[in-house]
Design a protein around this ligand. Structure first.
Ligand code: PBG
Length: 323
């Protein structure tokens, strides 16, 4: 006779629930939202069905709705008008500009909402790159100065968590120091620790109209073939004072999530990116997969791999389907 029968632990829903190791909760989600200039304006991102660019008034209302569903943290990305973009991304620290103005208003109206911001030049850069371009090259150290101006302006506007998504070397330490010197010791940093040069960002760049105008991002974002490099990046972020380590994209990088979670004690976040969302939506629309089921299975796999936090465009949809 068989002594070991693992199926005994699967024999009923109650037993399966008892032995279940991982569970999803809306409390773990961060909902990324796209911001656009205007009033009462809402435009769907064509490659991300169900996801909209929202004008400030509608964005604030959307955040209010999501908070009632149990989502409290939001990562905001601005779609900046082409005429405001330039080489040095000066619009990124314009207090009256779309992004900072909206954050200020948001924090006044909804002080309990946790606002995460994006620190990188691409939405404001006429080159569409995350760093400063000089003679076709992305300059690291000059970029840090620009990122610091942006970060301080965001902190000033009330941001709770800064998300440097640029992949410049040394930026976490540089930002931490600048923030602390300016008195923003309570502003957190969620570092995009292992951000890969990925094809999965396509729909996001549609949403912001922020695709690089030349070349690609391979001199700063990581090579999808590498995992050991992620440990180096994580060690640096830890030493430089990051509060969270993020892996991006999530689905094709579950091994990286696991590796960081096994080796570091900071909370790990996974960014379930735009292309991952788009694939599920497209296949579900064709009737080829069960979108709801696959959404939950994907999100679960990220947690199982070791992510405590998931940034996902599915956040609201998940909350609506599970309440
Ligand atoms: C850029 C940035 C990107 C994303 C977040 N911040 C795109 C890129 O690096 O080109 C992608 C997010 C997504 O695809 O959902 N700083």
């Amino acid at each position: 006779m068989l002594t070991h029968r693992p199926r005994r632990n699967r024999k009923s829903q109650a037993i399966r629930d008892l032995v279940e190791e991982t569970s999803l909760s809306v409390k773990d989600f961060i909902f990324p939202l796209f911001l656009i200039e205007g009033k009462n304006k809402k435009t769907e991102v064509s490659s991300m069905p169900g996801i909209f660019r929202l004008s400030p008034d509608l964005l604030i209302r959307e955040i209010e709705t999501c908070m009632k569903l149990g989502i409290y943290t939001f990562d905001l990305f601005p779609n900046i008008e082409e005429k405001l973009k330039n080489k040095t991304a000066t619009e990124s620290w314009n207090e009256k500009g779309l992004y900072l103005r909206t954050i200020r208003e948001l924090k006044k109206k909804l002080p309990e909402a946790v606002i995460m911001t994006d620190v990188a030049m691409d939405p404001y850069s006429s080159d569409g790159h995350d760093g400063l371009v000089v003679k076709g090259e992305i300059r690291n150290d000059e970029t840090l100065e620009i990122l610091a101006k942006m970060a301080l302006a965001q902190a000033e506007a009330g941001a709770d968590i800064l998300g440097p998504s640029d992949m410049m070397d040394g930026r976490v330490g540089y930002l931490r120091e600048e923030l602390d010197e300016a008195g923003f010791t309570n502003v957190s940093i969620m570092s995009y620790t292992a951000k890969y040069a990925s094809g999965f960002y396509g729909p996001f760049r549609d949403a912001l109209e922020s695709a690089p105008r030349f070349g690609d991002k391979k001199t700063y974002q990581m090579n999808p073939a590498n995992s050991r490099e992620a440990l180096i990046e994580a060690q640096l972020d830890l030493e430089e004072g990051a509060d969270f380590l993020m892996v991006k994209p999530a689905l094709s990088y579950l091994d990286i999530i696991k590796s960081l979670s096994d080796n570091f004690d900071l909370p790990i976040a996974a960014y379930n990116v735009s292309g991952e969302y788009a694939m599920v939506k497209a296949a579900a629309a064709k009737g080829w997969i069960d979108g709801d089921r696959i959404r939950d299975e994907m999100l679960l796999s990220m947690k199982r791999a070791g992510a405590k936090i998931i940034l996902t465009y599915f956040a609201k949809e998940y909350a609506l389907k599970h309440t």
